[in-house]
Design a binder for this molecule. Structure first.
Ligand code: ARG
Length: 578
């Protein structure tokens, strides 16, 4: 809840109920849609039929009863059937003075949830595609926000490291020679490796036979087979870790909880479903009908738990995962950051898990889905050769482009420092482009836009931050500012900046509760742009008056900290110089 809403909620509700509103209508207070008019608004239109008066009339009477009780906090006005509530500059200044010495900028600690966040989750011996990039970046931002709020977070990298393709992959490894295969995988030529194996599998009967036998050996725990399997997993992980390192995400080897880890739980899944009597036979396969899903022919669609040949499915592993996360880890939140094409899979899995009592109402299982990354023609982003783009190449290119952009803007900067800053900007740009679009939507991958120093981009936010750091370097005033630094808000630009700054905590909460990092991005951009007009219109260092200078420096300091903390929650660095 916005800080002003907290301050006026009770009084506004009382005014509404005194005017005759009841039930839900007492809660009409919410963020204003037109910022110029106010911070909060009460739309009175839905009250009209109940009170048999015009919305304009109702707004006016609520406004005149509310105005005196909110004096000192907010200004109240009635405009076309809305009651508008706008924070008083003095009240805003007092809030900013409270936040100024607070390292957390007003963000409270909740510590109430135990969450498993399933994210990144690439597949062994296959290129990590841009979908995995999205999952990695969005998942990491959600993990950081949860941790910042004090919750206990388990990062779960559900790597695809088990199943029938491994027979073929191990046989291909043997054909290539272990050393050569390891080299190929370790440098990230995962797609090439997978495709060669697949091509042989599609054309060579003996290879097919060998692959089948190999799967059986893998499943039965043959030692040598397991060793070869480990080579595949380790070499792929080496490449994934390189991508994680470049991205600067929190994932480490400790977080790997691949499909193979749940292998031993799969028979238990079958037994539990069997004991509950919800497992049915369908042409020899064991299935559950969660209800509510039909195929093209209108027949009910099952979730396949065990195939007729005895093999298990992707869904079976996910049910085992739920058992593990609920019973072993004790999670309240089971969050899955996975692309939109798996929506039905997760709906069915959650449904079956609830039906089987693997989780109950106290558990929040959420599929945090996301759209695709498109090229400028609106097609799924691929390399020029039509292959999945190698993520390291993409990230390297971003850093090179950022380095060029910095050199253009600041030719005198030391090359070593330029390289460091370029990493923060280049990687930040890719992450921010992803995080700043509403995650369920597709977005177009556009170098020029994401690396632009204008607009809702990370270079713009990073630049605003670096600019403030440079103001402080020139001011010779040390941060943190002295205790009791007074803030006075006189100019409209100071007031607008303050109105935005006070909402940081509410925006972090809102972004986390909706698993929507883009909300935090939009907010940070609004802070940076309010700062730009403040800085243009209100002299800071050249201000004549010492108290005014200090008050404005306090606004600069709060802006910089809001931006760097906010970017930090998104997993993006804020260099002090650019
Ligand atoms: N490895 C899967 C893929 O690449 C994603 C796994 C997502 N997590 C899960 N628990 N199913 O599509």
């Amino acid at each position: 809840m916005r800080i002003l809403e907290q301050a006026v909620k009770e009084k506004a509700t009382a005014a509404l109920s005194a005017a005759g509103a009841s039930g839900d209508l007492e809660n009409l207070l919410g963020p204003a849609t037109v910022e110029e008019l106010g911070d909060l608004a009460v739309p009175c239109h839905s009250l009209a039929p109940l009170l048999k008066r015009s919305p304009v009339d109702i707004a006016e009477s609520i406004s005149s009863s509310l105005a005196p009780v909110l004096s000192g906090i907010a200004e109240v006005s009635a405009v076309s059937g809305f009651v508008n509530i706008k924070a008083e500059p003095k009240w805003l200044a007092a809030r900013l003075c409270e936040i100024l010495p607070d390292d957390r900028l007003g963000v409270s600690i909740e510590e109430t949830r135990v969450a498993a966040v399933d994210y990144s989750s690439p597949n062994v011996a296959k290129e990590m595609h841009v979908g995995h990039l999205r999952s990695t970046v969005i998942g990491d931002a959600i993990v950081r926000m949860l941790m910042h709020k004090g919750h206990t977070v388990h990062r779960e990298n559900h790597v695809g490291d088990w199943g029938t393709p491994f027979g073929m992959l191990i046989e291909h490894l043997l054909d290539l020679g272990e050393g050569n295969a390891a080299d190929e995988l370790g440098v990230g030529d995962l797609d090439g490796f997978y495709k060669q194996a697949r091509a042989k599998f599609n054309s060579d009967e003996i290879f097919v036979e060998r692959s089948r036998n190999r799967v059986v050996m893998l499943q039965s725990g043959d030692e040598e087979t397991l060793r070869l399997w480990r080579v595949l997993v380790d070499e792929s992980m080496r490449y994934f870790n390189e991508v994680y390192g470049m991205l600067g995400v929190l994932l480490t080897n400790e977080d790997i909880m691949g499909e193979s880890n749940y292998h031993h739980l799969l028979p238990d899944v079958v037994t539990r479903l069997e004991n509950l009597g919800i497992l049915e036979d369908s042409d020899g396969a064991k299935v559950v009908y969660p209800g509510g899903w039909v195929n093209r022919e209108g027949e009910p669609m099952p979730l396949i738990i065990q195939k007729a040949d005895g093999g298990y499915n992707y869904a079976t592993t996910d049910l085992a995962c739920i058992i593990d996360r609920v019973e072993r880890i004790g999670c309240n939140d089971l969050l899955y950051v996975v692309g939109a094409p798996q929506t039905q899979h997760f709906k069915m899995v959650f449904e079956v898990a609830s039906k089987a009592g693997l989780m109950d109402n106290s558990h929040n299982a959420t599929h945090i889905n996301f759209g695709s990354v498109l090229d400028s023609d609106g097609k799924i982003l691929k390399s020029r050769e039509g292959e999945a783009i190698k993520l390291v190449d993409l990230l390297n290119e971003s850093v090179v482009r950022a380095e060029q952009a910095i050199a253009d803007r600041n030719p005198s900067i030391d090359p070593k420092q330029r390289r460091e800053i370029a990493k923060a900007i280049g990687i930040g740009a890719v992450k921010y482009a992803d995080l700043s679009t509403e995650r369920t939507k597709d977005y177009v991958f556009d170098w020029d836009r994401m690396l632009s120093f204008d607009g809702n981009t990370s270079p713009y936010l990073q630049y605003a931050h670096a600019r403030i750091c440079s103001i402080f370097r020139r001011s010779l005033i040390a941060r943190p500012l002295p205790d009791g630094t007074a803030i006075t808000l006189l100019h409209p630009e100071e007031i607008l900046l303050a109105r935005r700054l006070v909402n940081f905590s509410a925006m972090v909460d809102e972004s986390l509760h909706t698993y929507s990092p883009h909300r935090l991005c939009t907010y940070l951009h609004s802070v940076a742009s309010a700062f730009a007009s403040f800085y243009e219109n209100c002299p800071v260092l050249s201000s004549e008056d010492d108290l005014v200078r200090l008050s404005r420096l306090a606004l600069c300091d709060l802006t910089a900290r809001t931006l760097s903390t906010g970017l930090g929650l998104l997993g993006i660095d804020s260099p002090e110089q650019m």
